[in-house]
Design a protein around this ligand. Structure first.
Ligand SMILES: [Zn+2]
Ligand SMILES: [Zn+2]
Length: 106
């Protein structure tokens, strides 16, 4: 599940690209992120990150976390209860340096 950066509409796969069904914007498909979409959770990784991103990255709390893409040691994070209530919440990180996003469990 991926949403258009320009208009927020749902995007669909077209070969090696993701195409916006509304405005036609195209972005290259990220294989690593696509793998994370294989999930039984109701909220996908991008659902959570995209919805919190509107509040501006600087508004999010930051923490010490090492980015696997660039090695930067600070990342913004947001905590979401994505599974059933008796499971620990999931933390979603976004690198302050390169914008790489990943998820972590407490
Ligand atoms: Zn669009
Ligand atoms: Zn990074």
């Amino acid at each position: 599940m991926q949403f258009c950066d320009d208009c927020g509409s749902l995007m669909h796969a077209d070969g090696d690209e993701m195409v916006c069904s509304s405005c036609g914007a195209r972005v290259p498909k990220d294989r690593e992120r696509a793998a994370q979409f294989v999930s039984t959770e109701k909220q996908t990784f991008d659902d959570v990150i995209e919805s919190s991103e509107e509040a501006a990255d600087e508004g999010l709390p930051s923490t010490e976390a090492t980015c696997e893409e660039c090695g930067h040691d600070r990342a913004w994070y947001t905590i979401k209860q994505t599974a059933s209530a008796d499971e620990p919440p999931t933390r979603f990180f976004k690198c302050q340096e390169c914008g790489h996003r990943w998820r972590g469990y407490n």
